[in-house]
Design a binder for this molecule. Sequence first.
Ligand code: IPM
Ligand code: MG
Length: 363
Amino acid sequence: MKKNILVIPGDGIGPEVTTWGKAILEQIAEDFGHEFTFDEALMGHAAIEATGNPLPDETLEKAKKSDAILFGAVGHAMYDNDPSLKVRPEQGLLKIRKELGLYANLRPILLFDELLNASSIKASILKGTDILFFRELTGDVYFGEKTRSEDRNTASDLMIYHRYEVERIARKAYEAAMQRNKRLCSVDKANVLESSRLWRETVQAISKEYPEVKTEHMFIDNAAMQLIKDPKQFDVVLTANLFGDILTDEASQIAGSMGMLASASIGDGTGFFEPIHGSAHDITGKDLANPLASILSVALMLEIGFGLKEEAKVVVAAVDKALKEGFRTNDIADGTTNPYNVLGTKEMGKLVLKFIAQTAYTN
Ligand code: IPM
Ligand code: MG
């Protein structure tokens, strides 16, 4: 298979982790006889520094022409502490999501048994959890009108949804539920918000097209609590942009660390694959970042983006093997980890690469 992949490393630990995502893709191409070609582009703070624009036209053009995008992270400490800055790294990410029509963000909570003790939640509560989040990604308060009064003392962000936006992501989530355990929980705040009442009414209508799926509706505050209390009750979770942003950071703790969670953003065109973690300035350049979320994002690219199920399995199996053999990055190490098995970004990347190469060799 021939594919043209755009790598956007971005900021912070983005370049450190995407290096390994890309290396894995190269290894898979070699082992399975695919032809993956790569290009690279700027986004976020790196792009602002170079061009003044968090999403340069050149990046967008390359993105539109590519078959898939592997993305790292955007953000920089200087913006976090200065809300008055008008040009911000995150604008690049939001714009590319909108421009590429990436309305569905899939965030699987993939729980490796070996990491049950890395979570702050009890292993007995976590074991057996398997959740797939569908976070709406191009609507909501993220993209609604923003205002600031002249005296600067009042501000607003419009929380807005159109029926078609809810319909299209709901269909995608129901299709996934049909392939899984046929349970779907739609999360909203319909007891307070009009946009959530539209959300709920629309999901109720779509649910009729999928009578085999057991649909449940939950308020966001309750969902945030239930996720910690009894995560196993969830199969597919469908929710809006802001609620999904918050809930999936929370859910990452079920998998042990933000450093483990991958995501796929899809729409009708090119798919975009990225870890859910951010730029993590505190550990940037220290070889401490966990490359597994980027590597697992590559598995999602292979499976969802290119339909290469076997290749995706090999990548996940290699990650599993590294964990089974006791290797950890700092974020997922616990009291029982042998200190010699705590690896830096590079060592962990190399190890997974080696396991992938070995699988190909033994087959
Ligand atoms: C995410 C991130 C982004 C978001 C930021 C960086 C704009 O937190 O992908 O979850 O809020 O969507
Ligand atoms: Mg987030």
